[in-house]
Design a protein. Structure first.
Length: 304
């Protein structure tokens, strides 16, 4: 006869049934997973497994090399850092020095500008003083003239020189007496043995000097035989040519020399001196030009 179970028996049976159903299922899943892994492992060939091991070794070796390189770089950086600090300090010192030198250079530039300005002013002042000195020298020499290329007598005295002047005056028909000669002397030569150095004569007045120079110029114009040593009373070397001219200042002498070169190389035809000044002229009807500087002569050369 069939017997029905009680309610408590039914619950117990149901729990046993659930336990029986779950346990085998989980057990089967784990076994399947292990079997699958075993199957996958068995499916990889030994060659591939070897390559995978080599790759793992290579990775490990690369990690080791990178780690070693990184360590070496850190050590090098530690060594370089003090040098970098020293370089930075040196650069800071250089920058400071450059800044100091720049400021000093600016100061020097200002001083140089001031000195250049002062030099320009000094040059102007020097030019003014030179002009004043030139004017004074011309004033002091306005009654003087020179006799150039005069032979020197043995044991020459001032009386001998004065006699030369009076003989010259007689030769050119001028009226000069020994009393008209205020002073007379022979210029010392720059080289020893030169016996024809100029004789400087200081007359008592500019009028007498100017008259004597005019007479000498007229004599040379009227006679083929120009003034010579015999006209000064020489009995030896009497044919030696002598030249009479104003006593010029060193500056005027230089300008006169350049002015004569100007006459030779350009269309200017006349060059002369009067009262210490130098003059040039192109033609008899052209304006008279007073030469005052070497720059002026250079300008005339360029225009010619």
């Amino acid at each position: 006869m069939n017997r029905s179970h009680s309610e408590s028996d039914l619950q117990l049976q149901e729990m046993e049934s659930q336990t029986t159903n779950v346990t085998p299922t989980n057990f089967m899943s784990q076994r399947a997973l292990r079997a699958k892994k075993r199957k996958e492992s068995d499916s990889i060939s030994p060659k591939v497994q070897t390559e995978m091991c080599d790759l793992a070794d290579f990775k490990e070796e690369m990690r080791s090399m990178i780690s070693s390189l990184f360590t070496a770089q850190q050590n090098e950086i530690k060594k370089i850092n003090p040098t970098l600090r020293q370089i930075q300090e040196t650069n800071a010192s250089i920058q400071s020095s450059i800044a100091f030198l720049t400021a000093q250079n600016e100061d020097f530039k200002k001083k140089i500008d001031q000195l250049e300005l002062k030099a320009k002013e000094d040059r102007k002042q020097i030019c003014i003083l030179e002009d004043k000195i030139e004017s004074m020298q011309k004033g002091n020499r306005k009654a003087n003239f020179e006799i150039k290329n005069v032979p020197k007598k043995p044991n020459e005295t001032k009386e001998d020189l004065i006699k030369m002047v009076t003989c010259l005056s007689t030769s050119v028909a001028a009226n000069v007496t020994p009393a008209d000669v205020m002073d007379i002397y022979r210029v010392r030569g720059k080289q020893e043995g030169v016996l024809t150095t100029p004789v400087v004569v200081e007359m008592s007045s500019t009028i007498l000097k100017t008259d004597l120079l005019k007479k000498c110029k007229l004599f040379n114009t009227m006679n083929k035989s120009k003034l010579r040593a015999k006209h000064l009373g020489f009995v030896t070397s009497e044919e030696t040519a002598v030249f009479i001219s104003e006593q010029l200042t060193p500056k005027s002498s230089r300008l006169y020399f350049l002015a004569r070169d100007l006459i030779k190389s350009t269309e200017f035809k006349f060059c002369w001196t009067s009262y210490g000044n130098v003059y040039v002229r192109k033609t008899e009807n052209s304006p008279i030009i007073t030469i005052t500087s070497e720059a002026q002569i250079n300008q005339l050369l360029q225009k010619a």
